[in-house]
Design a protein around this ligand. Structure first.
Ligand code: ATP
Ligand code: MG
Length: 292
């Protein structure tokens, strides 16, 4: 099981969009995927239609140590894509975890329960520093951070991103290595901005930092993303062909490149995803035999 947290020190950069679309794509590739919504604003929780809504969510999971899957896990309308809902309505989780001696390690301690059931866990987080964010990173094999061209210009980016990694570094003494951080350039305007130049600039900002890598894949700013969110669908199903006359590739191609770069071991599966509704069932169903 691979665990990826999607994080940023800035809000609105595309964390939830990335979590929903990467999760939907991996599920259509036949992987068993679990989304964890750690944001108090339950945007990811309401992205997909739910076929089965579990009575409990992230609150019971973290506060009461609830481990019964049927209590915790909701099933989305995308086959193979499950979700633990954000239900910390009063925003208490952060304080509760702050005062618990094992607060930042709670999620990490729950992973053995999930490991036999899922191939991939994607954690969506809030766009601010918090105990919950540190807890997510400490449970992850990889942290993925979307960066938009506007915030690239902000001085805050380097400081904020590196501070986050430094803050969890003391956990090395407990044998927990901070995960590598991958930066994903998101919302590049296909005509006015050159993605290669942005990548170069970003690589320069982080050049002396081991553990920080700028991904080769970038995500163009195209209206397929908000349109997919409105329809509650993963974006590769909404735009599987490149529209005539547009420079930016089809969303399917972007998601395939991103997933393949993050998880090279599953590249062959990703190559078979078509996004087309008529072939969806055969692409996705084959490997979902051992669903929890
Ligand atoms: N590549 C893209 N092209 C066009 N629109 C995008 C793209 N990525 C994200 N968006 C849009 O940008 C908005 C913000 O994205 P999103 O909600 O994923 O950000 P976030 O980082 O989760 O925000 P928050 O910090 O509030 O949780 C959404 O309306 C989304 O549809
Ligand atoms: Mg969000």
């Amino acid at each position: 099981m691979k665990v990826v947290s999607i994080i940023s020190t800035k809000g609105g950069v595309g964390k939830t969009t990335t979590a929903a679309n990467l999760g939907g794509f991996a599920a259509d590739a036949g992987l068993r995927v679990l989304l964890l919504d750690l944001d108090v604003q339950p945007t990811l929780s309401s992205y997909f239609t739910l076929d089965v809504r579990a009575p409990a969510g992230i609150y019971e999971m973290l506060v009461f140590n609830e481990r019964r899957i049927e209590q915790l896990v909701s099933r989305t309308a995308v086959v193979g894509l499950d979700l633990v809902l954000s239900n910390d309505d009063r925003g208490e989780l952060n304080t509760l975890l702050l005062h618990a001696s094992d607060g930042r390690l709670r999620l990490r301690h729950l992973l053995p329960t999930l490991a036999p059931l899922y191939d991939l866990v994607l954690i969506d987080t809030q766009g601010a520093r918090s105990v919950l964010l540190e807890m997510a990173v400490l449970a992850s094999d990889l942290a993925l951070s979307p960066v938009t061209p506007e915030i690239l210009a902000a001085r805050e980016l380097r400081r904020g991103t590196l501070q986050l990694i430094e803050d969890i570094a003391p956990y090395r003494h407990l044998g927990i290595e901070p995960p590598p951080l991958h930066l994903l350039i998101n919302r590049v305007h296909p005509v006015s901005l050159n993605a290669r130049l942005i990548q170069q600039a970003l690589r320069q900002v982080f050049q002396d930092h081991v553990g920080v890598r700028v991904l080769d894949t970038d995500v163009p700013a195209i209206e397929a993303y908000p349109r997919a969110a409105t329809r509650g669908l993963p974006v590769h199903r909404v735009e599987f062909r490149q529209p005539a006359g547009r420079v930016a590739p089809a969303a399917l191609q972007t998601m395939r490149a991103l997933a393949g770069e993050l998880f090279p071991e599953w590249r062959e599966r990703f190559a078979r995803v078509t996004g087309r509704p008529d072939v969806q069932a055969t692409a996705g169903s084959a490997s979902h035999g051992e669903r929890p």
